[in-house]
Design a protein. Structure first.
Length: 94
């Protein structure tokens, strides 16, 4: 899940992660997310131009149950790093 654009920037890093998801067969659902939705998440990350892809360990007092290294977000972060550093010939930078 990812928030709908409107309250977030539709950034290039976010778009690239969504394209990687599509190429890897990972469903991305854009929807309105509420603060309590985080309590159902097993892992989460945020994207940004400078930060790239960063895992979120906790939100307020809620700790993500899945370790970042075991999450889909981590896999996507690694693929993104390879892509932007042109180490992955299977994907093309858009």
């Amino acid at each position: 899940y990812t928030p709908e654009t409107g309250n977030i920037l539709p950034g290039i890093t976010r778009k690239t992660i969504m394209e990687l998801c599509s190429e890897l067969g990972i469903l991305v659902k854009e929807t309105k997310l509420l603060p309590q939705d985080v309590l159902r998440a097993d892992a989460a990350f945020f994207t940004g131009t400078a930060a790239e892809v960063v895992g979120i360990k906790s939100v307020n007092d809620y700790e993500m149950p899945l370790a970042w290294e075991d999450s889909l977000g981590y896999l996507l972060a690694r693929r993104y790093q390879k892509l932007v550093r042109q180490e992955d010939e299977a994907f093309t930078l858009v």
